[in-house]
Every structure is written in C-alpha cells, then in structure tokens.
Design a protein around this ligand. Structure first.
Ligand SMILES: C[S@@+](CC[C@H](N)C(=O)[O-])C[C@H]1O[C@@H](n2cnc3c(N)ncnc32)[C@H](O)[C@@H]1O
Length: 315
C-alpha cells in the first residue's frame, strides 16, 4: 500500500467514525472515549476479528456446498410442503421462494437479483406491473444467527457437552458449533440421505475431527439414545418438512427424552410453536426461557436482527 493510499484509507476511517460520533450526545461520547482508551476495547477488537475470520470460514464452506447441490438448495428426494398452521401458513408454491440464508447472505441475494438469477416479485395476473413481493424463506440459519447462538446465547464453556442439531440439513449448525464453540461432541440427525451425504463430504473436505462431529441419517424419533445424552439441542422450525400430526408426535417424544437441565434453542417462541399445534398449555411447565449467557458479546451484533432466537432450559 502506498503512503497516499494509507493516508486515504485512514482519512476515510476517520470520516466514518465522525459520522457515528456526530449522532451521539456528550455522555455517550464520553463513554465511547473511555471504552477506546481501555483494555476492554482491545479485547473486543480481538473478538471482532476472530468473528470475521470464522465468518469467512463458514462462507467458504457455504461456497463448497453450493457446488454440490441445486441452486434452490432443495433435494429431488425431498417432499417440502408449505405448512397449514402457524406463522408460515400463508406460504404456497406461487408466493414463496426458498433462498438458503447459510449459502446466500443479503449481499449475495442482492447480487443474484441484479444478475437476474433470482426474482423478488411474482406477477399477480401475468400481464402487468401488478406484482407482489415473494415471501423468501430459508431452511438454514444464517451465518450471523449462528454466531449469535454460540457467542451470545450459549455459555462460552461447552467442554464435555454434546450439541445436537435436530434436522441438520446442509450442516450449517454443525460447522458453526465446530468452529465457534469448544463442545466435545457435535451431532446432526437428518432424515434426508442426500443432505447427510453433503454434510459428510464437507466434514471430510474440511478435515474436521470425526471424534467431535458426526451426522446420523435417521428420523430423530428413532434415536432417543442420542437425544437423551445431548446437553444443547438446536432446532430450526420444521414446518415445511413435517405435518401437524408428526409435529405433535415429535414434541411428545422431546418431552419424554430431552434431558433435564439441557438447553433448547428455537427460532420461534415455544408459545407460537406449540400454540398452533394445540399443545402449549400441556407443555407450559416443561421449559423456561433463559437470558443469554454471554450478554457482553451483544456489542458485536445488531441485536434487533436476532430477536427471533430463543434459549430455553428443560425443567
Ligand atoms: C429447517 S431445516 C433445518 C436445517 C438446519 N438445522 C439449520 O438450521 O440450518 C429442517 C431439516 O429437518 C429435517 N427433518 C425434519 N423432520 C425430521 C425428523 N423427524 N428427523 C430428522 N430430520 C428431520 C428436514 O429434512 C430438514 O432438512
């Protein structure tokens, strides 16, 4: 980098900082000044840099997965059906488009739209500008949501703990757990064989330690042995994959087999999840909502974006 380039980037950084500072009142500014001259600022900066690095790693994994699966990120062997109850019951094949958030972040989606590979709208009457925004859904959690789970919601110390992802699909939760936590065991259970093959290829391609991470091709209902010894269970909504009856069956199974004291992370409140299945009252005392364990790391996230991740403990 030349002297003049360096001068320019420094000037631009100062200008961006001034934009931020200009929005603060005197008290806020004083607090920022104290933070910058303290040791905790250096520590925060280190964490921020390590989050950027792990994000790059997860992005590389996502790019490898894109080469293995169809653009729509849904397998030919899957039977994915819009749900008839719950907050996604308005989805149907015409108004809904699946864009996998682990594979495509907002910037990448904007790029796909620009290149015409993805549309944001659909035509209501096939002839005019009378268009409607498509509902974008994702079957995977985004990289940012995964970082929030491991760096804010869960405890930092997970040695000797087993993490289970119910319905591990492309493996996003497993790779994030591998790189963002020190959990001793990370297990994914996924009923679709093609999805399991993708996860196994990625685990091999990135030389992950097979004593630490594994994928099991099964219906979770067949594997109470794994469920019973898991300390942290993560479940991204299954609405598109199981019907109401199976959903109810699964929750009775979870109630019977989740270990007391284990954590459950959901991306929808338990009241909404069980309410639409008519089970909430019956399950109300089974779990309690918990505060994030690493609140000090919220500074690295735009918390409003993650208000839809919930941490529960099993009573
Ligand atoms: C919404 S995706 C979640 C993907 C991943 N956990 C994530 O958050 O990125 C749900 C996955 O659960 C799987 N699934 C649904 N019911 C299941 C069951 N009973 N046993 C195992 N896998 C199941 C589906 O095949 C699908 O791949």
């Amino acid at each position: 980098m030349s002297d003049s380039d360096e001068g320019y980037s420094l000037l631009s950084a100062k200008s961006r900082l001034l934009d931020v500072f200009a929005d603060l009142d005197d008290l806020e500014l004083e607090s920022i000044e104290r933070w910058i001259s303290s040791l905790s600022y250096k520590k925060d900066l280190e964490i921020k840099k390590s989050l950027i690095n792990s994000d790059k790693l997860l992005k590389n994994i996502g790019d490898s997965i894109k080469k293995m699966i169809p653009f729509e990120a849904e397998m030919s062997t899957e039977n994915i059906i819009p749900p008839s109850v719950g907050d996604q019951a308005d989805c149907n094949k015409d108004n809904t488009c699946h864009v996998d958030e682990f594979l495509y972040d907002e910037k990448q989606v904007a790029e796909l739209v620009k290149r015409g590979k993805l549309k944001r709208q659909y035509c209501l009457d096939c002839s005019s500008r009378n268009v409607q925004d498509l509902i974008f859904i994702s079957h995977s959690l985004s990289r940012q949501a995964l970082q929030y789970i491991f760096k804010v919601l869960l405890p930092n110390e997970l040695e000797d703990k087993q993490i289970l992802d119910i319905g591990s699909r492309l493996g996003s939760v497993l790779y994030a757990a591998y790189h963002l936590s020190n959990a001793s065991r990370i297990v994914g259970i996924e009923m679709n064989k093609e999805c399991c093959e993708v996860q196994e290829k990625i685990i091999g391609q990135y030389s992950m330690d097979l004593d630490r991470i594994s994928v099991v091709n099964s219906d979770v209902l067949e594997r109470h042995d794994i469920v019973e010894c898991s300390d942290i269970i993560i479940m991204n909504v299954l609405d598109f994959f199981v019907d109401e009856e199976k959903h109810r069956e699964m929750w009775y199974f979870f109630k019977k087999h989740f270990k007391k004291g284990s954590y459950l992370i959901l991306n929808r409140t338990i009241a909404e999840t069980l309410g639409c299945l008519g089970l909430f009252e019956e399950f109300m005392d089974w779990l309690s909502i918990c505060k994030p364990n690493q609140m000090e790391n919220e500074v690295f996230f735009d918390v409003e974006d993650y208000s839809e991740l919930y941490l529960y403990s099993i009573n």
